[in-house]
Design a binder for this molecule. Sequence first.
Ligand SMILES: C[S@@+](CC[C@H](N)C(=O)[O-])C[C@H]1O[C@@H](n2cnc3c(N)ncnc32)[C@H](O)[C@@H]1O
Length: 353
Amino acid sequence: MEITRGSRMLLTKVAKDIKSPVLDYGSKNGEIAVQMDCFFADHNIANKTDIDPVKCFYVSEINEVTTSFNTAIFTAQYSLEFNNMLIEEIMEVLPLKGELLIIISKNYTLNSIEILPWKWKVVAEDNDFTIISIVKSKHFTVNRDKYLEDFTVKTNNIPVDLITDPSIFSNRELDRGTKALLEKVELKEGPLLDIGCGSGVIGIVASKLIKGKITMLDVNLRALKWAEHNAQKNNTSDYETIPNQGFKELGRKNFYQTILSNPPYHSDYSVAKEFIEEGYKMLKMGGTMWFVVKKPNWYLKKFASVFGGVKLIEHDGYSIVYGEKRPIVKKEKEKKTTKKHQKRMESTKKRRI
Ligand SMILES: C[S@@+](CC[C@H](N)C(=O)[O-])C[C@H]1O[C@@H](n2cnc3c(N)ncnc32)[C@H](O)[C@@H]1O
């Protein structure tokens, strides 16, 4: 396994001095947990590791981890707010004198440490990475509520109350692409899947517009926690939330009338490809799949090849690409006959007459 440089620095320069038990919170593919043979936790179920499943916790928050540890290791993410929220959550569950080690990429996340409210010290450093340590003292306090956003959005004349945190896509307002999709989609009664549901806004609005079970699915357990909370807050009745990576073992062939998505962007389109190919199988005959995207070219080609046709609506700077599952009409193959074969057929016909 190739190890990212920040993790390697921790393993070579810091690991020998740390106090077990240790929990690695979300290193890439659990690479630190694999090398140290320690506990691993993450809220993204796509971040799979090769370590003993007994030592792995996929949780929406670290306080759901059912083992205690003296040291936690955290690789800082891109968003400052998101980092600080996760750091507070980790500090809260550490025992007194427990240590949090944070791996920070200087080009990516350095600012995070400049506003940390606790005493910290650098334990290792090179040109690209800094590893800092925070030890939990008895003066430690947290205020996790300050990260929560509580707001109301209005689309299709439907007000929706949402609570989110910085780990959620568009956590302060309704994304304009999502709004464009909701304004243009033509919904029919029947089961609907909101794939990559985030805060749950698409599924919640859809549930006010049509009858039928609403499935909200996401790979991020924090997103699902908020989708569940928001669905209840908005009195959504017939819904379910499913943690899943794409359509892995969903097993609902020919089930959904509608699939909607504001898909995550990945430059290789790997996730979108799975959503479209596997989603097609989950649609009923006559069912439709609607995606909202910024750049439609790849999606238009993909929908056309999977659905045998594609439509496009441009709205408010976004592209809504959609397709309908229709019966495949097989063209009758013309039977090829050689001249010799034709002559033989004709003479047999004559003989019969
Ligand atoms: C652009 S956000 C859209 C969120 C929400 N639907 C909205 O419109 O506000 C994409 C969502 O897809 C989720 N996601 C990314 N990869 C996924 C995968 N492989 N399977 C399921 N969900 C995924 C992300 O966690 C994120 O919540």
